[in-house]
Design a protein around this ligand. Structure first.
Ligand SMILES: Nc1ncnc2c1ncn2[C@@H]1O[C@H](COP(=O)(O)OP(=O)(O)OP(=O)(O)O)[C@@H](O)[C@H]1O
Ligand SMILES: [Mg+2]
Length: 269
């Protein structure tokens, strides 16, 4: 359904993504994992059509996101929902209005229909009865669930989640991840989840894509990843500080940075 071909994304000298060739199957939960700075959010944003790649293609069937009209991109995006890394609720609106927002912005539905739809979405995320709460009155886990309800408001075919469990205690994280996997199964939507939470990610994934320094280093089912003998994969899933994956990804030498005097020429590493 969604396929990337030789995807490249640069930010200045930084190659955030290099030669990414992945398939995302419909009605499944695909989990993109990797350490901080490995390119997860960038990959999600490219696949969601929020920013263009430097080179390469993102195929939705016969449509290539990097070569389509704005109008067609809007049509495709109408079938997508996003839950951002930081819940990004509108702080001046209560829970009801946050969830209703996409419906009142993008449709001409009667307010009674909107009310029914918002009630259904809040019920799906277990927050019916919290309509009048303001975002500042919600816990982190509740805010994530409101963001989730808002992403579901337009009944999207594809939902993108960036770090849905970050900042949550293990129980709230479990609630959010089981919501994602249950709704994916029940409503036949396609979920693309970005996370560095190994436990949550492997727990809900039908398919895992593991990134390291902007490249795919492993792909497969959660069990295939758990039993991989690639040293980088093992280090990541076991959360070991030492191994082939360095903690720092700096482009210059530490000693040179410490000794650097302005006005002198810096040697590259
Ligand atoms: N808008 C931008 N401008 C410049 N560099 C960027 C931009 N967005 C991302 N990068 C760089 O691209 C690389 C990948 O960033 P990205 O946000 O995709 O990582 P991530 O895997 O989502 O990390 P985290 O787990 O910390 O959220 C990083 O080196 C980052 O500094
Ligand atoms: Mg990120």
């Amino acid at each position: 359904m969604i396929r990337t071909e030789n995807l490249l994304r640069r930010f200045g000298d930084v190659v955030a993504l290099n030669n990414i060739n992945i398939h995302i199957k419909p009605h499944q939960t695909t989990v993109i994992m990797g350490g901080s700075g490995s390119g997860k959010t960038t990959l999600l944003r490219l696949i969601a059509g929020l920013e263009p790649p430097t080179a390469g293609h993102i195929w939705y069937g016969k449509d290539d996101l990097s070569h389509i009209t704005q109008k067609r991109l809007y049509q495709l995006r109408a079938h997508m929902g996003m839950v951002f890394q930081y819940s990004a609720l509108l702080n001046s609106l209560n829970v009801y209005d946050n969830v209703a927002f996409p419906l009142t912005e993008h449709t001409r539905l009667d307010s009674s229909v909107v009310r029914t739809m918002v009630t259904m979405k809040l019920e799906q995320v277990g927050l019916r009865g919290f309509e009048h709460f303001m975002p500042s009155q919600l816990s982190g886990g509740m805010a994530k669930r409101v963001a989730f309800a808002r992403a579901l408001a337009m009944d999207p075919e594809i939902v993108f989640f960036d770090e849905p469990t970050s900042g949550l205690d293990p129980i709230s994280a479990g609630v959010v991840t089981s919501l994602i996997s249950n709704l994916t199964k029940r409503t036949k939507m396609t979920s693309i989840v970005v996370t560095h939470d190994v436990h949550a990610g492997l727990g809900i994934a039908d398919h895992v894509i593991l990134l390291w320094q902007g490249e795919v280093i492993a792909e497969g089912t959660a069990n295939e990843i758990r039993h991989s003998d690639d040293a980088r994969v093992r280090q990541f899933i076991e959360g070991r500080p030492d191994g082939p994956i360095p903690f720092s990804r700096s482009q210059t030498s530490y000693v040179e940075d410490l000794l650097y005097k302005p006005g002198t020429v810096r040697m590259s590493r």
